[in-house]
Design a protein around this ligand. Structure first.
Ligand code: S3P
Length: 424
């Protein structure tokens, strides 16, 4: 645990941020590159704890990968070339790594064990294990379907799966299993989750039908590709939210991912009163990216209902900055998934907002925040990178500053965060 005291900062600011590579797309680029044929080159790979865990896992499976700066070369020879791992694969804090690997490895003809840190051992795995078992996978778990996962891989059968939750990790695990399985794998989601896997599969040469139903005909052969990873909107969100709540401040974020299923927070900030502009969009590559400009104004509270949640779930910690500094009440509903992220984010956000002098209340599936003036105080990150970054950024607009109990967890997704925050 490395404590961090973040002081307030007066006056308006104008900054340009270049967030690091998108975490979700980086994981997928590496995993798909590892089972494609040939050398995949990934530009702008996220060099952070979570995505390095994915590379370490792939190396344990016998895949050669070289990372130079943020350029990754990964030498794949099809899923058949993956080798039985000589040791347990430790995914650290990375939920995407463990869930996607479970899908990938369930179809390989060898045994593997996946584990992670204390947060991973608490997070639900039944969401991926249940459908994989329907496909015929043999997976043993700790009690209550938690990790470690012991997988005895083998041939699977294709299924049609109506997923009870909108989860890109579940969908992607099934697509990775379906890629190696004869027949038609179909996944139906209650509402669309991020579609990075589907977009990348097309770049790797697989045909996947998207929309309300995802359909993949397996087995599908992937060919190596060259990918450019856009900046991570979720990492940029902390800066966008601080700027939005500070009148006359401006934040420009360049080369950032603008996937429509990820940027619901922009509309929220605009409805709260900030001036949000998308200055340019480049949608030549499979993932759109461009420049966002946000200018701060006095913000008003907002109510966010369930239908908007999948497009902004990871940004809710950052949005709490705007809720805390807005006038009036903000209400979030339909976000029970927040309770099973890297921490119970509903409980921690509410507890920490209160510790900083903001009235807030938990709901079973969300929370209520009474905006006002942020005094500051000592907060608990719970080892959750997004909680840490949200309160470090909020500290700039507090009266007395905020003391975080730990900043080391930020390395999961954004090792350069502290330096970027200093530019404000
Ligand atoms: C992710 C999907 C999301 C998100 C997580 C990353 C991914 O979770 O919250 O941080 O890379 O697939 P869901 O599986 O709930 O969609």
């Amino acid at each position: 645990m490395v404590p961090w005291w973040v002081r307030p900062r007066d006056g308006s600011f104008s900054v340009t941020i270049h967030p690091p590579g998108d975490k979700s797309i980086s994981h997928r680029g590496a995993l798909l590159g590892a089972i494609a044929h040939g050398t995949t080159v990934v530009h702008g790979y996220l060099v952070a704890d979570d995505t390095l865990r994915t590379l370490a896992a792939l190396r344990t499976l016998g895949v050669a990968c070289e990372l130079r700066g943020t350029e990754l070369q990964i030498h794949g020879a099809g899923p058949e070339a993956l080798q039985q791992p000589p040791q347990t694969i430790d995914v650290g804090n990375s939920g995407t790594t463990i869930r996607l690997l479970a899908g990938l490895l369930a179809a390989r003809p060898f045994a593997s064990t996946l584990t992670g840190d204390a947060s991973i051992l608490r997070r639900p795995m039944a969401r991926v294990i249940a459908p994989l078992r329907c496909m015929g996978a043999y997976i043993e778990t700790a009690p209550d379907e938690r990790a470690p996962l012991q997988i005895r891989g083998g041939p699977l059968r294709a299924i049609s799966y109506p997923s009870p939750i909108a989860s890109a990790q579940v969908k992607s695990a099934l697509l990775l299993a379906g890629l190696q399985t004869v027949g038609r794998t179909e996944i139906v989601e209650p509402s669309p989750s991020r579609d990075h896997t589907e977009r990348l599969l097309r770049v790797f040469g697989a045909s996947v039908e998207t929309g309300a139903r995802m359909v993949l005909h397996g087995p599908a052969r992937l060919e190596a590709a060259e990918l450019i990873i856009p900046g991570d909107f979720s990492s940029a969100a902390f800066f966008l939210c601080v700027a939005a709540a500070r009148p006359s401040s401006r934040c420009i974020v360049e080369q950032v991912g603008l996937n429509p299923l990820r940027i619901g927070a922009l509309k929220v900030l605009s409805e709260m009163g900030a001036t949000v502009e998308i200055l340019d969009v480049d949608d030549r590559s499979p993932e759109p990216r461009g420049t966002i400009s946000i200018t701060g104004r006095p913000l008003q509270g907002i109510t966010i209902s369930a239908d908007r949640i999948p497009s902004l779930l990871d940004e809710l910690p950052a949005l709490c900055i705007a809720f805390a500094l807005a006038e009036g009440e903000s209400i979030v509903r339909g976000a029970a998934e927040l309770r099973v992220k890297e921490s119970d984010r509903i409980a921690l956000l509410v507890r920490n907002l209160r510790a900083c002098g903001i009235a807030a209340e938990e709901l079973p599936d969300g929370f209520v925040v009474q905006g006002g003036s942020v005094r500051g105080g000592a907060i608990e990150t719970g080892g959750d990178h997004r909680i840490a970054m949200a309160f470090a950024a909020l500290a700039l607009s507090s009266k007395e500053g905020i003391l975080l109990d730990d900043r080391s967890c930020i390395a999961s997704s954004y090792p350069g965060f502290e330096e970027a925050l200093r530019t404000l």
